[in-house]
Design a protein around this ligand. Structure first.
Ligand SMILES: O=C(O)CCC(=O)C(=O)O
Length: 300
């Protein structure tokens, strides 16, 4: 990966054939020095000033100090509109590119563990199960795995992919009487977003953890299991991150998948923290290309 500073928010990365192949195979890639100091400063401001950043409800599965959905301002749009950013994403998606859908802020305080092993089906449930979607995790404090840590751990999808869950839920939500079944105790106790103890063993044995300097970012595709790492005591008071979710340029919308997944969450008596999927439903029909229709959605 080589980089050249071209514009104020992003550095241009030229990815080698091996980098692209690595991302395709494993589903993750660390993008070193993707964002400039100016972009990181703006994102830090965004997180600290956003009214959306709040203590999550007690029922929420993560041990996290503040969380905010649908956080997006000019800086978010500027990053997405940047020719450099689009070029990097095109290099990683065999020229299909990506379309931005949602910004989320996370903040961990000392000794918080964040989120256990999970995949992002909730955030990406409006995408057809076989189509790709991505998470760009941008730490807003440096991550030193040998010091305070507080970064992410992730597992190659070649070792263990979360695709099984996307397929399972897709088949489930299409069944007759699924909505009756979703009211049963079995579903109520099913944590379909997190790893069970057997999966946890496997994921722990195969996890990758890395240091991140300010400006580095991690791109994950939707089938990659990941978790937060405990933010240990040290000189930094908290670890913030801004997450940008994207759909692949060819990803199609699925209201069926979205409504079914939301009803599984509601069955556990948890509230939805974002109704983004319902918002999209006003603009998209089942099977329509999401990226092509986002302009209408954004200009609503
Ligand atoms: O920043 C974190 O600790 C959690 C991020 C995460 O798990 C996600 O974006 O899905």
């Amino acid at each position: 990966m080589t980089e050249t500073l071209i514009e104020s928010l992003l550095n241009h990365l030229t990815l080698s054939t091996e980098d692209k192949q690595f991302f395709k195979q494993h589903g993750f890639i660390k993008l070193k020095n993707l964002l400039t100091n100016e972009a990181i400063n703006e994102l830090q401001k965004l997180i600290s000033q956003s009214q959306a950043m709040q203590t999550p409800p007690k029922s929420y599965s993560g041990d996290i100090s503040r969380l905010g959905y649908d956080i997006e301002e000019k800086i978010t749009q500027d990053i997405c509109d940047s020719a450099i950013f689009q070029d990097v994403m095109k290099q990683l998606t065999e020229d299909r590119g990506v379309a931005f859908i949602q910004g989320i802020g996370f903040e961990l305080q000392t000794n918080q563990t964040g989120f256990n092993w999970h995949h992002d089906i909730m955030s990406l449930c409006h995408v057809m199960p076989d189509d790709l979607a991505y998470t760009l995790w941008i730490p807003l404090d440096p991550i030193h795995t040998q010091e305070q840590h507080g970064g992410l751990a992730y597992v190659s999808r070649q070792v263990y992919s979360a695709k099984y869950y996307f397929d399972l839920i897709w088949q489930l939500v299409k069944q007759d009487q699924f909505s009756d079944f979703a009211q049963t105790e079995d579903v109520k106790n099913w944590d379909f977003q997190s790893a069970d103890p057997i999966e946890t063993f496997l994921l722990e044995k195969n996890k990758v953890e890395d240091d991140f300097a300010l400006g580095d970012a991690l791109l994950l595709d939707k089938f990659v299991w990941h978790k937060s790492c405990t933010f240990k005591a040290g000189k930094l008071p908290s670890r913030r991150a801004y997450v940008m979710r994207f759909v692949d340029g060819q990803a199609r919308y699925s209201k069926t998948m979205m409504e079914g997944t939301y009803s599984l969450v509601k069955a556990t008596s948890n509230d939805l923290l974002t109704n983004f999927g319902y918002q999209l439903a006003k603009f998209l029909q089942e099977g329509e290309m999401i990226g092509d229709n986002l302009t209408r959605f954004r200009n609503k």
